[in-house]
Design a protein around this ligand. Structure first.
Ligand SMILES: Nc1ncnc2c1ncn2[C@@H]1O[C@H](COP(=O)(O)OP(=O)(O)OP(=O)(O)O)[C@@H](O)[C@H]1O
Ligand SMILES: [Mg+2]
Length: 596
């Protein structure tokens, strides 16, 4: 970069002078009224700092013109007429964001976040526009090392400048993409995945709730007829149609992976007076069965320290037999007389709830796993599939959860994330490689704690732990939601970077406002007005909070907004397709394979 200062101002750029200052805001009295119309909310302003080399950089939050009526001198020709003149009183309110120095030590053109000093009254202020703006926005990205650049689109205030975030920082301490429905979140996710794909060993697991990102693994032809290269591998949580002959990419989450609390959150009815007995018998038997497996597998080391929560396979049938035995065994009283057994009849409701779940095909991915999923080595192979891409395999893994019943969705996502996180946690530190979970539609399984039921609390527990501790182990979350007010505050407040798209709902805006420092409140006022694909990027991945237009991804997720009016003019509903859909609904599976 040349040593020439990138900000050079002429007298014609001078807006006015500092009129008042408080801790983060500056009021500028505008003297050059012709410049005012060029300043809008979001425009950048430079305020002369304490030395000639220093400028404080601020973002306009409010532009005001008050018209004052003033009586001027009486006209000498008509002394009885008082002329009334309208004089504009122009002002800009600016939030201070950073400090720019033309030279600092030996470094030329240095910009840093935060104001090093407070501006002084009467200091000159300039509007950053034209070539100054282009060079300044360019400086934002130029400082980044090639290896860190995450290119997202361009700045709205200067369309010629590319908006580049620091890819390391973006993921280091969790990020969130928030915006109303149809604002462009899924497209933003696709774009970020596309960028990550360019890294040789990107490692991302996407929780895809609607099967939207399947297109990243199987792209269809674009308008020009070309088919783009796939950038991800597709997996799905096995649906009812995948149980007979599981496709290669179907994932099972057998019951034995669940820890005690996760399992009980699904099966136990805490209001049942026998709930404590049921929980204790369940725990005892599961522990015994796991121990039995360890003995058969000759895993002495594991046997010495395992707990009931350790993921060790056992047969569900064996557990049912043991619980049934408890539930039906009579006790023996005095004189060998048969009396009511200690557990007799106490486990009946528990057993029937467990059996009902085990029989339901929708829960097949958990209770009807293939025989191979009971093998001791199966877990390591599965985790390797998801965390280690291997030669010629994709590092970005899209996991389709669309066939998982909504009542257990939180447990399933929670167990999934917890297992991968635990493996990372127990890995030798020098062998760890970082990975990210993209939690699309996070409000569905990461609710606000006060509203969470027993099942949702399990998911919250797993994800909140990752939000709080993940950074140390190289595990990060990218939370995506259209209802930030319904997403766990603990998780959102741990996010350091935000890509906020159009957000129209008041409640959601308030949540976002509370996550940001007060000084940015003015910038957030524009959220309902953002265009589709436009976003505010805030956080430590970018030097200045900025409004950006996201680039459209090369492969669009399968979530296009439909053109109702046009389509009504072109295409009639298909009754045969409706009949097929009714059958699919009955089968609870989109897999074409017939269920016997
Ligand atoms: N950067 C962009 N530029 C232009 N159009 C875009 C951009 N991003 C998204 N769109 C359009 O906006 C529509 C909705 O996008 P998208 O599916 O990403 O929304 P969403 O926020 O994920 O919605 P939902 O919350 O309902 O999932 C799509 O039709 C897409 O073509
Ligand atoms: Mg979406």
């Amino acid at each position: 970069m040349s040593d020439e200062p990138i900000l050079t101002f002429e007298a014609s750029n001078k807006l006015g002078k500092v009129a008042s200052v408080d801790t983060s805001r500056v009021l500028i009295a505008v003297e050059n009224a012709a410049l005012l119309p060029r300043a809008s909310v979001g425009s950048l302003v430079a305020i002369q700092g304490s030395t000639a080399q220093e400028f404080l950089i601020g973002m306009t939050e409010r532009v005001t013109r008050q018209l004052q009526e003033q009586t001027s001198q009486p006209d000498p020709m008509a002394p009885t007429m008082l002329a009334v003149e309208v004089i504009p009183d122009d002002a800009l309110r600016v939030i201070l964001l950073g400090t720019y120095r033309t030279i600092e030590g030996t470094v030329h053109n240095r910009f840093k976040r935060g104001a090093d000093s407070f501006p002084q009254i009467d200091r000159d202020c300039f509007l950053i526009e034209g070539p100054n703006l282009q060079r300044f926005m360019g400086l934002m990205g130029k400082k980044l090392d090639e290896k860190q650049r995450l290119e997202l689109g361009h700045f709205v205030i200067d369309r010629s400048a590319v908006a580049i975030a620091n890819g390391d920082r973006f993921f280091q301490r969790h990020a969130a993409i928030l915006g109303s429905t149809g604002s462009g979140k899924s497209c933003a996710v696709s774009l970020i995945l596309e960028r990550a794909h360019a890294r040789k060993h990107a490692n991302i697991v996407v929780f895809d709730m609607h099967g939207e990102y399947a297109s990243l693994a199987n792209p269809s032809a674009q308008e020009d007829g070309k088919v783009p290269m796939p950038i991800a591998a597709a997996f799905k949580i096995a649906g009812p149609g995948d149980l007979v002959k599981a496709p290669e990419n179907a994932l099972f989450l057998p019951y034995w992976l669940l820890n005690r609390e996760e399992m009980l959150s699904m099966i136990l009815d805490r209001s049942d007076q026998n709930a404590p007995n049921q929980a204790s018998r369940f725990t005892l038997h599961v522990r015994e069965l796991k121990e039995k497996t360890l003995i058969a597998e000759k895993k002495q080391d594991v046997k010495a320290t395992f707990t009931v929560d350790s993921p060790i396979p056992y047969k569900l049938l064996d557990l049912l037999v043991k619980l049934n035995h408890d539930d039906t065994t009579k006790g023996i009283g005095a004189n060998n007389k048969e009396v009511k057994g200690e557990w007799e009849g106490r486990l009946t409701r528990f057993l029937s709830r467990l059996e009902a779940k085990a029989e339901d095909r929708r829960y097949g991915f958990m209770f009807k796993p293939p025989g191979s999923a009971l093998k001791y080595d199966w877990l390591a192979q599965q985790i390797a599939k998801l965390l280690a891409a291997g030669e010629g395999k994709h590092g970005i893994k899209v996991v389709d959860f669309s066939e998982v019943p909504s009542d257990v969705l939180p447990v399933v996502t929670g167990v999934f994330a917890r297992l991968l996180y635990d493996v990372q946690f127990w890995m030798q530190p020098e062998k760890r490689t970082p990975f990210v979970f993209v939690c699309d539609e996070a409000h569905l399984y990461l609710p606000v704690r006060e509203d969470a039921d027993a099942i949702e609390k399990q998911a919250l527990y797993s994800f909140e732990r990752i939000a709080k501790e993940g950074r140390k182990y190289g595990v990060s979350l990218l939370v995506v939601s259209q209802r930030p007010s319904d997403v766990s505050r603990t998780i959102l407040s741990q996010c350091n970077n935000f890509l906020i798209l159009r957000l129209t709902n008041d409640q959601d805006q308030n949540v976002v406002r509370r996550l940001m420092p007060d000084s940015l409140a003015g910038v957030l006022d524009g959220l309902p007005l953002l265009d589709t694909g436009e976003a505010l990027l805030l956080g430590d991945a970018i030097l200045l909070p900025a409004r950006i237009k996201l680039k459209f991804p090369a492969i669009e997720p399968l979530s296009q907004t439909r053109n109702f009016w046009q389509e009504w003019g072109e295409k009639a509903p298909d009754s045969a397709a409706i009949a097929t859909a009714v059958e699919t609904l009955r089968q609870q599976s989109r897999t074409s394979e017939k269920i016997p």
